[in-house]
Ligand binder design. Structure first.
Ligand code: MSP
Length: 511
């Protein structure tokens, strides 16, 4: 049997001072997938990190009167706090300023140079002198620098190039013969038809116009430009070309690189070509997700259209944010973020469907049976359907997760909770209590508690705190995925723990 291992990565983030909810989107998705795989017995390695070199950082540090290293250190501390408050359970956080990464990148660059895949040439570009930045024709605004709107001039600088063009045919052949390599399929077609087939040019992989980067060891006026530096993180993090490469041997090739749509091109063209040049196997899948947009446009600091993600977490709780990010956006497409929508989804799904169900059920158990989990041999005509819905959900979730259809997976879990609420309406436990039909009442409450237990276990990769809290309130020791294939594992005779509503309704400001 193939070893159950799973290596998943997010992109490494630019340490911009303003991480927004869009950045949280990529990371929360990867976290939910990683947790799901762990829950199913995979040996998972989940990597995230930061992409810390380059002219932009160098300039920002200068403006703030600190060294680039001091500048990134501060932001990375904040980023790690943000991931912690979002319950991102990564196995490693790589920084491109980490020594081991710097060494590996240097070795990779030298290796490619020695084998003739990197050569020295001349880079021609449109340069803005005050901003010290190169721009492409398409980045210009009215022919001027997009940052300061001043004139740009065509300049040449000595640079090293990677022979990307050499790998064009192999790339097309690989992508076409591995249909799962680029997902969704629409992105695959875009890469082949719009970028690769029209012809790949060799890629400039060094710069002399700034020095906040990894020096080219044999020509130190050059620093390694972003492509080799950033993309190599996926293998340097595992110890590639280092003394201890056991993680690399175990986990490479990656099972899944999750990336935003604007960087699919780098991950499906430059990255595979670099790996081919290094004679390494290619990742199994690159999934390009869409963007979270606000009012149809980009989330942007200059537009002032977003709050710090930590404020949303403070106002609504971490699982409300995770729920929104995981359920609102069809994976692969763009989705909308708005606080109103967040509140609506929170109230409907979390406070009403789930929170109220758990609270009602535990309250009835307390009222009728002193909080002791009871059962009986009685039956109601609605039991079979409830059990069927509950027992088929695991398979549904697995099918959706195989296709990375996370909103659908989450919805099928919420279907358990919706079915439970309907079951309460159908069986009317308060009526059974009035009629003193204790046996039926016991059965109904047991079925509800067991359905809630199974639902909570399925929910745990997505909303870990909520799942943990429900299982704590139930006081059950059956918390793993191996305990949900049968309906009826929940222990009878034990007392539930103290409980309070998991989600309190939030009033819309203009309600
Ligand atoms: N540093 C590069 C990645 C190098 S990977 C070898 C980078 N960094 S980034 O900070 O700009 O973006 C990190 C991730 O956040 C990307 O996947 C990007 O798509 C994602 N997002 C940034 N804004 C986003 C939204 N508004 N919506 C969804 N994801 C977005 O790119």
């Amino acid at each position: 049997m193939a070893e159950k291992k799973f290596y998943i990565t997010t992109p490494i983030y630019y340490p911009s001072a303003n991480f927004h909810i869009g950045h949280c989107y990529t990371t929360v998705i990867a976290d939910a997938i990683a947790r799901y795989k762990k829950q199913h017995g995979y040996d998972v390695y989940f990597l995230t990190g930061s992409d810390e070199h380059g002219l932009k950082i160098q300039k920002k540090a200068l403006e703030s009167g600190v060294t680039p290293q001091e500048y990134v250190d501060k932001i990375i501390k904040d980023a790690k706090d943000l991931w912690k408050s979002l319950k991102i359970d990564y196995d490693k956080f790589i920084r491109t300023t980490d020594d081991y990464h710097v060494q590996t990148v240097s070795k990779i660059f030298n290796k490619l140079y020695e084998q003739g895949d990197i050569y020295k040439g001349e880079y021609k570009g449109l340069y803005c002198t005050p901003c010290e930045s190169f721009w492409t024709e398409t980045q210009l605004i009215d022919g001027k620098c997009p940052d300061c709107l001043r004139e740009v001039s065509e300049v040449k600088e000595e640079a090293y190039f990677f022979k990307l063009s050499k790998y064009q045919d192999r790339l097309v052949e690989y992508i076409e013969s591995h249909p799962d390599f680029i997902q969704p399929t629409s992105r695959k077609n875009e890469m082949i038809n719009n970028f690769i087939k029209p012809g790949l040019e060799d890629l400039c992989v060094s710069r002399t116009s700034f020095n906040w980067g990894i020096p080219v060891s044999f020509d130190t006026k050059h620093v390694v430009y972003v492509w080799i530096d950033a993309l190599s993180n996926y293998i340097s993090a595992l110890g590639y070309l280092s003394e201890d490469d056991s993680l690399f041997k175990k986990f490479w090739p990656a099972d899944l690189h999750i990336v935003g749509k604007e960087i699919v091109r780098f991950h499906t063209i430059i990255w595979p070509a670099l790996l081919m040049a290094l004679d390494l196997p290619l990742p199994k899948q690159i999934f390009g997700h869409g963007w979270l947009v606000i009012n149809g446009g980009k989330i942007s600091k200059s537009l002032g259209n977003y709050k710090d993600p930590r404020d949303y977490i403070k106002d609504y709780g971490v699982d409300a944010i995770r729920y929104y990010l995981l359920s609102e956006v069809p994976f692969g497409s763009d989705g909308t973020f708005s606080e109103e929508l967040l509140i609506t989804r929170y109230n409907t799904d979390l406070a009403n469907t789930l929170g109220n169900l758990v609270n009602r059920t535990l309250s009835m158990l307390t009222k009728y049976f002193d909080g002791v989990i009871v059962n009986s041999a009685a039956e109601t005509e609605f039991d079979t359907d409830l059990k069927n819905v509950v027992l088929k959900t695991n398979e549904l979730v697995n099918n959706y997760m195989d296709k990375l259809e996370i909103p659908e997976a989450l919805d099928s879990i919420f279907n358990i909770f919706r079915r439970c609420n309907k079951y309460i309406d159908e069986t009317m436990p308060w009526q059974l209590a009035k009629e003193e039909n204790k046996d039926k009442l016991k059965k109904v409450l047991y079925n509800l508690l067991e359905a809630i237990r199974i639902g909570a276990i399925l929910l745990s990769p997505f909303l870990p705190d909520t799942a943990t809290e429900i299982l704590r309130q139930l006081n059950t020791s059956f918390k793993t995925i191996s305990t949900i294939s049968k309906f009826g594992e929940l222990e009878e005779g034990i007392s539930i723990n103290d409980f309070k509503p998991i989600f309190m309704r939030v009033e819309l400001k203009n309600e």
